[in-house]
Design a protein around this ligand. Sequence first.
Ligand code: PLP
Length: 365
Amino acid sequence: MRLLRCYGVRSSARRQSAHSVTDQQLVRRLEIEADTLEEVLPTARDVEAAAARISDWLITTPVLESEVLNQRAGCRVLVKAESLQHSGSFKIRGALNRLLSLSHDERRAGVVAYSSGNHAQGVALAAKWLGVRATIVMPKDAPQIKLSNTRAFGAEVVLYDRYRDDRERIAADIAQQQGAALVPAFDHPEIIAGQGTVGLELAQFARRRRLPLDCLFVPCGGGGLVSGVGLSIKAAYPDCRICAVEPEAYNDTAISLAAGSRQIIAGYPQTICDALMTPTPGAITFALNRTLLATALAVTDAQAIHAMAFAARHLKVVLEPSGAVGLAAALAGAAADCDCVGVILSGANVDLDRYIAVLNDYPDP
Ligand SMILES: Cc1ncc(COP(=O)(O)O)c(C=O)c1O
C-alpha cells in the first residue's frame, strides 16, 4: 500500500469529538480508497449517458459573452452561466444522475447526503422531483439561503459543527439506520458524470460555432465538477487546457498535483468561498484530475468578490463567491495567452445582505 505524505494534517486534538476522526484514521481512509480506484473511474461515455438521463429535467444554461470581459481577460471568453440552473448551481446534475440510477427499492429507502449547501439543495430538489425521502447533514454555519432552500425542498436537515464533527461518519450512521443510499458530494462516478454534462453543453456550443476552445477555468472544491467537465471537454477538444480554480486558502488540488498524491490542508483556514472549503481532493476525482488538469490556479477572496460584482455589472448575473472564482481567474489575466477560454459560473446561492455589501464595495467593477 502506498504511503501517503500529508501537508500538515489538522491537529487531532481539535477534531476529537463523538464523531471526529483522528489524523491516522483520515490518512488510512485515503490509502484504502486509493487502492480500489481503477474499476470505478468514469469516462466521457458516462457523461453522455448522464446527459441522456437528466437533460429533460434541467435547464440548458446559457453561454454569455461580454466585450468588456474579453478586453479585460485578453482573449475571447465563453461564460457558461450554470448559476442559472435549478437550485442555483450545477449540483442538481450529479444528484439527479445518482438518484435516477438507483433502483426502485433503493429510492424507496431514501437518500442521505452531507454538504456545505449547494449539493444539499441539489439532492433535496432531485429527491422532491422523484418523491424520495432525503436527509441532509449540513454545517450549522452554512449560509441561511442554503439551509432554508434545502428545507423548503422538503429535505430533513441535520446540523453539524464543521470544526469538530465528522460529517461523513454522521451521514454514514444515518444511512445505516435508515437503510438509505448515500449521495456523495463529489467522489462518486455518477456524481462526476452528472456534473460533466455542464462541459458537454459548453463543448456543443463552442463546436457549433467552430470556436477554438483552448482553455477552461472551473471552480474546484473536491474536484467533481472539474473532473466531469474535463472528461467531456477533452472528448471534444483534446488539447484544451483544463484549469481548476481554488481559493488560495484551500489549494489542496494544486498541492496534490505538485506532490503527485492527495494532500490535506492543515487547520481550518477561513475563506469567503464557503462551498470550496474542501481540505483534500476526492480519491476518484484526483485520479481523474491528475491526468486531465493542466494546472490548478488560486484566487484570493478579494478577487472572488470583485468577480461577483463584475458579473452583476457586466453579465447581469448573480454569483456566490465560490461560483465566481473561475471568472476571477480570467479577470486576473490567467487566460491572456489563450485564444478562447471557457469559464464556468458554478453557483448563485449567496445571502442577499452579503451580496448587497459586495456590490456596494465595488461600485465600478
Ligand atoms: C458553487 C460551487 N462551485 C464549485 C463547487 C466545487 O465542486 P466540486 O466539489 O465538485 O469541486 C461547489 C461545491 O460545492 C459549489 O457549490
